[in-house]
Write a protein that binds this ligand. Structure first.
Ligand code: MG
Length: 321
């Protein structure tokens, strides 16, 4: 079988990356028209992707069945990071309300967290859900630094990382960040990765991802630097089933092995803010990049606590009956 050359938007830096990408894959530009796209969340049951267009104060919806894009919610309280909980409900970080909300099955939007020990949160940025149902999020100040991505407000406390446990208690789990941003668990949930984008406010500030050991439900240990960006900032990211970390960066998407080695890059024409796995086989990487939504089909699958146990063969059988 002839060896196909990789397209010029794929940069192989470690041979392991070759097995994760498709040499005959495409970089699909799906939509353009946003101001700052971030916060993707994929709904497998409906085969659609939601994402935030923060300065335009709206949540967009891409239908994977026919490719059309529409507005899902406006105003969205300047929503940012989003994910699904264990019941498939949308969990959203909102700059405008300075809270984390959940959209119930009946459409009602409930506030899950907006204060900590009597002080208002800054502007929750990104969120992930653990298999025990706990909701983990970061709370930097980007949504209250200006009216552009929320509303100019006074911060009532520092920028920290939180865990909302299923008993409704909000725990501060890390407080040595400048601007905590993206976060995601390893597939075995033994590790939590959290990025720090403090370089937005201090020239030599952090531009890295740290890794914590998760102990006793919500206690974090360690926190060593896992990867440092050499191009732009690591905003949001996701992990695949093998524990490789796919992160946003200034020139596209960077992929890191669990050992911290960068394996390769997917070059995107715009600055990338966040990524999300989707598709029937969860091998479609959706990329929120400044004004646009892109997608790349990979030769790996995204890790997610919902639906991961369903094999593609089972999905095909189900769709025929
Ligand atoms: Mg972010």
């Amino acid at each position: 079988m002839p060896i196909m050359p990789h397209p010029d938007w794929l940069v192989i830096e470690d041979e392991r990356f070759s097995s994760l990408v498709l040499p005959n894959g495409q970089l699909d530009s799906l939509w353009r028209g946003g101001r700052w796209c971030e916060g993707p969340a994929y709904f497998a049951a409906g085969r659609y992707l939601l994402w935030s267009d923060i300065p335009n104060d709206r949540i967009m919806r891409y239908d994977e069945n026919d490719g059309h894009v529409s507005i899902f919610r406006q105003s969205s309280a300047f929503s940012n990071g989003q994910t699904l909980d264990r019941e498939g409900r949308l969990v959203t970080c909102e700059h405008g309300s300075r809270s984390v909300t959940r959209t119930e099955h009946n459409g009602r939007i409930n506030t899950l967290a907006d204060t900590y020990e009597g002080s208002r949160l800054n502007s929750p940025n990104d969120v992930t859900v653990r298999s025990d149902g706990s909701i983990w999020f970061t709370d930097p100040s980007y949504g209250i630094d200006s009216d552009y991505e929320g509303g100019l407000r006074t911060s009532e406390m520092g920028c920290h990382v939180y865990c909302l446990t299923v008993d409704g208690q909000l725990h501060r789990v890390a407080e040595d960040f400048e601007k905590p941003n993206g976060l995601a668990f390893s597939p075995d949930e033994a590790w939590l990765y959290v990025s720090d984008t403090g370089a937005t406010h201090r020239a030599d500030g952090p531009r890295h991802i740290r890794r914590f050991r998760v102990e006793e439900s919500h206690r974090l240990v360690g926190g060593e630097i896992f990867a440092v960006s050499d191009c732009g900032l690591f905003d949001g990211f996701r992990l695949d089933v093998a524990g490789n970390l796919w992160t946003s960066a200034g020139d596209g998407v960077h992929c890191y092995a669990p050992d911290g080695k960068r394996l390769g890059r997917i070059l995107i024409p715009e600055t990338v803010a966040n990524v999300c796995f989707g598709g029937v086989s969860r091998n479609r990487l959706y990329v929120c990049a400044t004004t646009s939504l892109y997608a790349v089909t990979l030769n790996t699958r995204g890790h997610h606590v919902i639906g991961e146990a369903i094999a593609p063969s089972e999905i095909r059988t189900a769709s025929r009956t």
